[in-house]
Design a protein around this ligand. Structure first.
Ligand SMILES: [Cu+2]
Length: 455
């Protein structure tokens, strides 16, 4: 279906712009089809083909119109009476009633990748242009709650409270099915990009350790610090769940892209059917590219190829004249050694409090957890606590632990950006990365170097 559509769109676009994909020189050419998928000239089994990808955009970099389209479509499928509603409810329930089987186990990453895809498919049944956004929780890790995705306007995710009555998913106005309005107590800091870099530096030889680190050192923090609905088994009833899990999936994909060994790292039975996932297996979801999904920080298509306003969203200002691209900074961190990372002045790695650990254990217990799985979850929480505590001691030794940052970008990101840029030798943002690369050609062109991911 996707292929047929892609071909149809190709014919019309080719007619105008003479784009072809039949030689090495054409690799990387791209255009957008009618479902807002980016079709890229690539090779597959020795042939040159257009592969069309669903782009999942970073929420805080999306335009208001893009955010509203996502929110409105999501509200449709989650409102009783809509044709997709029954499937939506069934899907959400699968997470709640099987919590223990799909967390703290080898299923964690592939199961949630499958889960996001199912939800996205429901949205696409309504409008094929809608994809799930993801939320880069590191982008404002030091002070996350007063900025996008949070806020009262209808194109944002609402704020905090016992019954969220603002934002796109305000009650009354959005029934949210079985459990009434959603609640949150947004508080604390979140894992910084430096913490993420530590997890992404893990070797591919131990998939279990990587998965546990991503789950317990990053994923859990966001659940317990948003709290409310997000610390119940029904956490997917707060739509922020999918934005958060998109980020976790993005980080897994980032790690998998580091080498062939990383992509092949999954060390449990690949063809074992995952719990309550309609027969899906890890083999079907291990390689994100094979599912035709790509995570991007922003969309190049909305206002034309490489439009400045959208790319500017990635730029982190260091001084009045110097900026760095968040993608470039993140990839430099992912390549850096732990010793270098420790030298960056930064907030401590967040550690779950006893009360927060209890929230995670309660979810396990209520979600079908046996004594053994509760023990396992407890052990892994303690392990994550030890790792974070030890990392913070190392920072203290290196003299780079900072409990507080001055206002501005350092406070938002939770580490000293200028120092990170210097230590990691991150190149400043180039003019050609931000200006339209092929101005005047709105739908066709080549990706500007270092913009977006996965090209
Ligand atoms: Cu989950």
């Amino acid at each position: 279906m996707i292929v047929v559509f892609a071909l149809l769109s190709l014919v019309s676009v080719q007619g105008t712009h003479q784009q072809v994909c039949s030689a090495a020189a054409h690799l990387g050419r791209w255009w957008y089809n009618g479902c807002a998928q980016r079709c890229v000239c690539e090779t597959k089994a020795g042939e040159y083909v257009w592969n069309c990808y669903r782009e999942r955009k970073e929420f805080t970099c999306m335009s208001s119109a893009q955010r509203s389209l996502f929110i409105e479509t999501y509200k449709l499928i989650s409102t009783p009476g809509h044709p997709e509603y029954a499937q939506y409810q069934t899907l959400i329930a699968r997470h709640s009633t099987n919590f223990a089987a799909i967390h703290t186990t080898q299923n964690f990453l592939p199961w949630h990748r499958w889960f996001a895809m199912e939800l996205e498919n429901l949205l696409q049944n309504v409008n094929c242009k809608v994809t799930l956004p993801w939320w880069d929780t590191a982008k404002n890790a030091g002070a996350p709650w007063g900025v996008s995705p949070w806020g009262a306007p209808a194109d944002l995710m609402g704020t905090s409270g016992a019954c969220i009555n603002n934002g796109g998913f305000a009650s009354p106005g959005w029934p949210n099915g079985a459990h009434g309005c959603i609640s949150r107590t947004n508080s604390g800091t979140l894992p910084t990009a430096v913490v993420e870099a530590g997890v992404l530096a893990m070797v591919p030889g131990n998939y279990g350790a990587f998965s546990d680190a991503l789950e317990n050192q990053i994923h859990n923090l966001v659940h317990v610090r948003v709290a409310g609905t997000m610390v119940t088994g029904w956490s997917p009833e707060d739509p922020i769940f999918f934005l958060h899990h998109g980020h976790i999936d993005y980080l897994w994909d980032l790690w998998q892209r580091k080498s062939a060994a990383h992509l092949a790292a999954y060390s449990f039975p690949m063809n074992a059917v995952m719990p309550v996932a309609y027969g899906a297996t890890p083999a079907q979801f291990n390689n994100l590219a094979a599912t035709n999904v790509k995570y991007v920080r922003n969309s190049l298509s909305t206002l034309g190829n490489g439009h400045f306003l959208f790319l500017a969203c990635n730029l982190i200002k260091i001084t009045a004249v110097l900026s760095v691209d968040l993608n470039v900074l993140q990839s430099a961190m992912v390549r850096a050694t732990p010793t270098l990372l420790r030298q960056i002045p930064q907030l401590p790695a967040p550690v779950l409090t006893a009360a927060e650990e209890k929230m995670m254990i309660d979810m396990n217990r209520r979600g079908g957890g046996t004594e053994r799985s509760v023990q396992e979850a407890t052990r892994k929480l303690a392990e994550a606590r030890n790792i974070a505590t030890k990392a913070n001691e190392e920072l203290e030794k290196a003299g780079s632990l900072r409990e507080y940052f001055e206002g501005g970008v350092n406070r938002a990101l939770g580490f000293d950006v200028a120092q990170a840029v210097k230590l990691l030798k991150v190149p400043p943002a180039q003019q050609q990365q931000t200006a339209p690369a092929t101005a005047g050609v709105p739908a066709l062109g080549r990706l500007p170097v270092a913009v977006g991911r996965g090209q």
